[in-house]
Ligand binder design. Structure first.
Ligand SMILES: [Zn+2]
Length: 79
């Protein structure tokens, strides 16, 4: 199961409000396009629709791969 919430985030640069999807749990068997977004670093990355400012969003994240039988947990404190 993929869990996504939509949230309003103010751009740190121009302060414009942006509604963005925040993926807390990803199942790449159900949503295979999310695997590509993880690999190209576009998943859970903030891109302002006004000024195109870009930054990583940090929060707990769970990755499910049922076909290959593994789960990865990325805690908020990762570095
Ligand atoms: Zn902006």
């Amino acid at each position: 199961m993929t869990v996504v919430n939509f949230d309003i985030i103010n751009c740190p640069y121009c302060k414009k409000e942006n509604e963005i999807p925040l993926y807390h749990t990803v199942n790449v068997d159900v949503d295979p396009d999310l695997r590509r977004k993880i690999l190209d670093d576009s998943l859970n990355t903030f891109v302002c629709r006004e000024c195109l400012f870009k930054c990583e969003l940090n929060f707990d994240f769970l990755y499910h791969d049922m076909k290959n039988k593994f789960v990865l947990y990325f805690p908020l404190t990762r570095k």
